[in-house]
Design a protein around this ligand. Sequence first.
Ligand SMILES: *[C@@H]1O[C@H](CO)[C@@H](O)[C@H](O)[C@H]1NC(C)=O
Ligand SMILES: *[C@@H]1O[C@H](CO)[C@@H](O)[C@H](O)[C@H]1NC(C)=O
Ligand SMILES: *[C@@H]1O[C@H](CO)[C@@H](O)[C@H](O)[C@H]1NC(C)=O
Ligand SMILES: *[C@@H]1O[C@H](CO)[C@@H](O)[C@H](O)[C@H]1NC(C)=O
Ligand SMILES: *[C@@H]1O[C@H](CO)[C@@H](O)[C@H](O)[C@H]1NC(C)=O
Ligand SMILES: *[C@@H]1O[C@H](CO)[C@@H](O)[C@H](O)[C@H]1NC(C)=O
Ligand SMILES: *[C@@H]1O[C@H](CO)[C@@H](O)[C@H](O)[C@H]1NC(C)=O
Length: 325
Amino acid sequence: MSLLFLLASFFLCQLVLSSFAICPRDQSLALVEFNHSFVVDASASLFCDKQSYPKTSSWNMNKDCCSWDGIICDEMTGHVIELDLSCSQLVGKIDSNSSLFQLSHLQRLNLSMNDFDGSHLSPKFGMLASLTHLDLSWADFSGLYGIIPESIFNLPNLETLDLSYNDQLNGYFPKTKWNSSASLMELNLVGVPKCLWNLTHLEYMDLQDNRAKGPLFPQFTSGLQNLNTLRLSNNSLNGEIPSWIFSLPLLSQLDLSNNHFSGQLKEFSNNSVLVGVDISENEMQGCLPKSIQNLVSLVWIILANNQLQCPSSQVTPEPHKSKIT
Ligand SMILES: *[C@@H]1O[C@H](CO)[C@@H](O)[C@H](O)[C@H]1NC(C)=O
Ligand SMILES: *[C@@H]1O[C@H](CO)[C@@H](O)[C@H](O)[C@H]1NC(C)=O
Ligand SMILES: *[C@@H]1O[C@H](CO)[C@@H](O)[C@H](O)[C@H]1NC(C)=O
Ligand SMILES: *[C@@H]1O[C@H](CO)[C@@H](O)[C@H](O)[C@H]1NC(C)=O
Ligand SMILES: *[C@@H]1O[C@H](CO)[C@@H](O)[C@H](O)[C@H]1NC(C)=O
Ligand SMILES: *[C@@H]1O[C@H](CO)[C@@H](O)[C@H](O)[C@H]1NC(C)=O
Ligand SMILES: *[C@@H]1O[C@H](CO)[C@@H](O)[C@H](O)[C@H]1NC(C)=O
């Protein structure tokens, strides 16, 4: 009997709690302040696939902020864990002092398809330590002094980062070795032309086991002069392996295995310092280029599981130099 009573009061309590405001006051104030930094203008969201509309116009102080359009709160704590204001026709700046950065429990933040009017990509995004998904695409962000803040790449739980189509984002990557293998799974930099041209400081690039698709851009090239290791294995990259990869002056380890690369292998550069090359598990055709003889540092090259076929007279590498499997 008393157990039943306890249970009943427990459920009553739950009911009362969940029907009352659960959004903490500091969070709703931060959201309102954030809301006030914008004006609404339909032209800011012209490129949305779906119909854009100002989600914030339904935001109402008399209602629990967890019920506002675009907001999801943690059911237990009430903290705002998701903010999706994509395609919301917002125009205005997001400065480092923005109240957005007080929403410290955010796990998913989507500000895609708005007009933040050349706002510098603030290092404060890197303080939102719970972020798993950050989508700032098509939003007119620019780089602060040409730098994409390193803090963003150090977010411990970040799985996807979309900075695509911010064509003023003319920054280069952080100088330190950028090691994304911690948790970053998807990085979208399509349409960030100046950034791709200016990866000059990158020494180590590891994008294994991502979900990267499509061909490798020809323009991904000239900046990568410092790169010594490039690992792109286990993605869905296709098209030809661009020749610039084999011209990178300091590249010693190259792993392109388990993709859908096709076509013939391009010529290797005379000055190449490649030590290890793995192109296995692709759809490459034809022969090894003769210039493989120029690869004086080469210790191993793995070509298994391709469609390479060659008249025997053309198979060239000197056996003491290269282990071909
Ligand atoms: C948020 O902004 C919209 C449009 O700018 C406005 O209509 C709405 O009243 C604001 N809501 C709050 C709670 O500030
Ligand atoms: C962000 O919103 C856009 C538009 O609604 C959507 O296409 C995109 O998938 C969203 N991004 C994430 C990471 O959910
Ligand atoms: C944030 O800083 C900018 C200048 O950097 C200033 O114009 C703006 O008013 C500040 N906003 C707030 C909410 O303090
Ligand atoms: C590339 O980065 C350098 C700094 O290393 C900078 O001086 C230059 O302006 C950048 N170029 C572009 C096109 O952003
Ligand atoms: C990159 O990070 C992974 C996992 O955190 C670590 O095992 C690896 O040694 C790092 N590589 C470099 C070159 O820092
Ligand atoms: C390739 O990546 C997938 C996830 O994208 C993973 O499940 C699989 O184990 C990886 N395979 C190898 C050989 O690393
Ligand atoms: C590369 O080296 C080979 C043999 O040493 C030479 O015949 C060829 O002209 C060189 N190619 C270039 C582009 O320097």
